[in-house]
Design a protein around this ligand. Structure first.
Ligand code: CP
Length: 344
């Protein structure tokens, strides 16, 4: 299997065996973190990180990944350039991408929902970069997908249902019940992480339940892919509109806030209106009582966690919380993706 030069924008673009190759390599890299096998893979190579939005985990883990592979990461924001936008003349993506690709081994881009005029425009931008760049484009979270988060999530779940850190059992996830629940709160969050989780969970053979208030539907195309993934694995996909029933028998609980399907008006994300709308739905919180109805489920979240709204402290810091393991896995899966697409 040759993944050299491949973009990583959405997990659906990669075959299951390609995703598994990255996940298995990530587990090896986690078990033997500073082995000579990895520390020169990106020697003398640079990974460009182009951030339109802030980040803690993504920036630090990609920088650390480049360092641990023997390479270098370079940080850039849009203010460093003179890029063309809908309202401003400037450098086109065609020109920027072709030039950047002559300097670096790979380009990571983050652009979230508040930086684009309509849903999907951020993902379209990454696809445009991918069209013109000879170096692979790595999605560091756009307004549709967060594929590196998805790999880290599923690696963490497979470690918890396997033999612990660095020893994931992906087969053990088959048939497990994955609950993705909308979470209360005033953050008006992106769809990227939850959509990425739906796709990877269904792709790896899990039963999927989605719980959200009316009006908080996600991207119909992503839901269609999720249904297709479930059908291919002969698993079920269901949607419920109450904050309790999805917990029954769940093995993995993911509670996170996201914006409604009507978040964009007049060419912009209406963040304040979304926050006010979400205030009508208090009580969509993963708590101990709800977790007690599960099959001893683990709690998963991409972080940053909105404690007290999406999840109680008791659950987020409890004995079945996988959140820090998953955050750590961002480093390992990104090292694997970078090694496979830029180094080997
Ligand atoms: N999960 C995640 O992408 O975190 P950051 O926004 O801090 O990078």
């Amino acid at each position: 299997m040759d993944l050299y030069g491949r973009d990583f924008i959405c997990t659906q673009d990669w075959k299951v065996e390609e995703l598994m190759a990255a996940l298995e390599l990530a587990a090896q890299m986690k078990r033997d973190r500073f082995s000579d096998r990895w520390t020169s893979i990106l020697k003398y190579k640079t990974f460009l990180m182009f951030f339109y939005n802030p980040s803690v985990r993504t920036r630090i883990s990609f920088e650390a990944a480049a360092t641990e592979l023997g390479g270098h990461s370079q940080f850039m924001t849009p203010s460093a350039g003179r890029f063309k936008t809908q309202t401003k003349a400037g450098e086109t993506i065609e020109d920027a991408a072709q030039v950047m690709a002559r300097y670096v081994a790979g380009i990571g881009i983050r652009i979230l929902e508040d930086k684009v005029p309509y849903y999907g425009a951020g993902d379209e931008m990454l696809l445009e970069y991918a069209k013109w760049s000879n170096a692979p484009i790595i999605n560091m979270a756009d307004d549709r997908f967060h594929p590196c988060q998805a790999l880290a999530d599923v690696m963490g779940w497979a470690e918890w249902y396997g033999e612990g850190p660095g020893r994931p059992d992906f087969e053990a996830l088959r048939g497990k019940k994955f609950l993705l629940s909308w979470g209360s709160g005033a953050l008006a969050r992106s769809w990227c992480s939850v959509q990425a989780a739906l796709l990877i969970a269904s792709r790896l053979g899990m039963q999927v339940t989605m719980a959200h208030p009316e009006g908080y539907d996600l991207d119909p195309e992503v839901i269609q892919w999720t249904k297709q993934n479930c059908a291919a694995n002969q698993t079920d996909f269901e949607v419920v509109h109450d904050p309790d029933s999805g917990y029954d028998g769940a093995h993995i609980v993911y509670s996170r806030n996201w914006v409604s399907a009507a978040a964009y008006q007049d060419g912009a994300l209406q963040k304040q209106a979304e926050i006010e709308k979400a205030m009508a739905y208090t009580g969509w919180t993963a708590n101990g009582e709800r977790m007690s109805k599960t099959d001893n489920a683990i709690f998963t979240h991409p972080m940053p966690v909105d404690r007290g709204s999406e999840v109680t402290d008791e659950v987020a810091s409890g004995p079945r919380s996988a959140v820090y393991d998953i955050a750590e896995n961002r480093l390992h899966v990104q090292k694997a993706v970078m090694a496979l697409t830029m180094g080997l």
